[in-house]
Design a protein around this ligand. Sequence first.
Ligand code: GDP
Ligand code: MG
Length: 460
Amino acid sequence: AARDPKDLRSPICCILGHVDTGKTKILDNIRRTNVQDGEAGGITQQIGATYIPASAVESRTEELRKGRQFDLKLPGLLVIDTPGHESFSNLRSRGSGLCDIAILVVDLMHGLEQQTIESINLLKMRKTPFIIAMNKVDRLYKWNSVANSPIQDAMARQEEYVRKEFEDRLNQVMLQLNEQGLNVALYWKNRDPRSFINIVPTSAITGEGIPDLLQLVVKLTQSLMVDRLMFVNSLESTVLEVKQIEGLGTTIDVVLVNGMLREGDTIVVCGLGGPIVTTIRALLTPQPLREIRVKGQYVHHKELRAAMGVKIAAHNLESAVAGTQLYVAGPDDDVEDLKDAVMEDMQDIFSSVDKTGEGVCVQASTLGSLEALLEFLRSDDVKIPVSSINIGPINKKDIMRANAMIERGHKKFGVILAFDVPVTREAGALAEQMGVRIFTADIIYHLFDQFTAYLKQVKE
Ligand code: GDP
Ligand code: MG
């Protein structure tokens, strides 16, 4: 396919960080201000993502540019808020990140927290470039707020002692980041963005620094990632979630990273029991934010172009596995090859577990989160052995597998570590009856804490 540096797709930008640092609020701030402005071609809520068109970035950065033109080369930004790390772990292909750039949100008042460090490790592992939003500057004592202003203007307005507190706190956090092996710099002092990670101070509540953040994401992506962002008409797409929707049956939410999808396309998807080949019945996106009174929850499309968050309705999607690639079978494609390709990631992960050994059972909602959890359990300072894995809700047969550990005389491994998955009622009852312990959590290290506490208890 022809690639043209003038035809770029929207970069995919993930927001990561510890809980309560303000990830969702930053997105809210970007959306709300724009909706209030009555901006044409406004921001749209997408499947698991928010689309910010170039025009919205342009208007939001006007004050920052002080009359200078913004040479925007991108159609927009596709921003993905990540509840936990799940979506981020899912946005991957063959071990590398699908996410083009990330925003790591840190609370200026709290510094680095557990999930900040987990996020940093994920970003390093996937080699994803990122920007740090040092959020909640408005909480500095006696902060003088002017809503939505560029951050340097906001700083210039503060009393000396406010700036001093800011610098003290910032220096502390910068030291913590250095300890994680990261070179960082305030973005306006950063002379070498390839070696130093940019920090943008922000407030998601009053909006200071948000223009800077938007401008920086756009500038970095369109200047340093042209090659990666050139639109190609070959499909790259990841299943983010498998969802039951009334009136549509089982649907999959996908991020279309590159290429196009059309109604009627034959798609090949990874299923728990084997590859699924099916036809796209409906290609859907949610209604734009402001048209709330329009009938129906979704807009139907004949075709869609990357990058975009899309819901697909089709038959036979019940056993689809989130966190895997989706392929379209074109006229020249061999469906058998695609079937193999689509199962490859899952098979790699399943075959990495020694089922004859002793260890806990691990279950997660998606392939991406399962992989992240396994990587964590295998890491040097954790080292919890795993004897079996599965994806999706915990059923009776999962309890039976854990029980097999007990029967083989390894009572302490008669355990299921369940990440972000429900336990069916029958399974719960059976577990109780057999003495299988189920630990559930939606933060990885909480599972670790629960299991280590349990091990201690078993020993005593
Ligand atoms: P998330 O868990 O990272 O998505 O965090 P949220 O966006 O839900 O925010 C967590 C809490 O912090 C909420 O009560 C927000 O109102 C508050 N918060 C987020 N950003 C800011 C900020 O910039 N300034 C202040 N003062 N509060 C904030
Ligand atoms: Mg949130």
